[in-house]
Design a binder for this molecule. Sequence first.
Ligand SMILES: *Cc1c(COP(=O)(O)O)cnc(C)c1O
Length: 359
Amino acid sequence: MRIDVTKPYLPDSDAYKNYINQIWESGWLTNGGNLLQKLTTELTTFLGVEDLVLMSNGTIPIQMALFNLANEGDVITTPFSYVATTSSILWQSCKPVFVDIDPKYFTIDELKIEDAITPKTTAILATHVFGNPCNIEVLQEIASRHNLSLIFDAAHCFGVNYRGQSIFNYGDVSTCSFHATKVFHTVEGGAAISTNTELLQKISYNIHFGHKGPYDFFGIGINGKMSELHAAMGLSVLPKMTAVINDRQRIVEQYKTELAELPLGFINIRQGTKWNFSYFPITFETEDRLTKTVSDLNEKYIFPRRYFYPSLNTIHYINGDKMPISEDISSRVLCLPLFFGLDPDDISRICQIIKNSLK
Ligand SMILES: *Cc1c(COP(=O)(O)O)cnc(C)c1O
């Protein structure tokens, strides 16, 4: 049986069918239906945030944040993230300006940001990589001193708390992905979360074609709505989230114990964080060692994933400046299988293959 890096969490099908029956009764499929409203309310309570706008995926909120806050300027960003972080900047006619990462936390190196700021800089778009917070306090201080907007790609951060509150409450706006492979999912989906209700209202207009009423327009917009069928999945998954996150913790702890003596690096979670165990990245001493271990695992039908690889500054259509630390870590980092219900015997088997491979 093959084991992939992740496996979507499927809720009890009766719970999902119950919501689907409600859709059949109401005949309402999309456009701000009851299930979307219910999911919005339940998520704000679960996460401890004031408000959020649900969307069709986790990339649209990044684009809408940039649309409102970056003004076609230069955007300081991290090369160590998923491609959507950088491609959204280009898609909004902004220019990505890379700043290398901190090798300990994998997040943007706050000490290198000020050197990259120019009069053209309008925003910082930083990723809380693998749910591990950036140095939020320093980023906030730099952003406010230089009058820059601060956007967090928090795609990996469902359920993460930092310093006693939701990580989504920091910065001007945070974005999250509810893609099937993420900790919490709605099949496809995402959200913009902010304590700035005025900004959230604008973003909400933006994803409804700019509609302010049936015949009235706030401004230009696109279609980024979440449907009732997607909200139904979210409502079915949400009650299981505490169990899902606890189970992920069990898996991470077993990996850490069984891999402890090997020449591998583990992620350092920043102090003050209640983490969500969203990924289990390990770093090898060299790319060759990584490649060998990956092929040994693949031979046994185990498919970890090189997250994040390649470093985004090296993608051909981006062609950014050299980022030595991000390029180095990208070449040596591997995310191991991590999903609800992963069997302890399978974890031991994966660890044993890695052990043998590193001999
Ligand atoms: C998954 C992900 C996204 C995109 O989210 P989608 O819901 O797939 O559009 C953006 N940024 C990061 C860091 C991601 O991991």
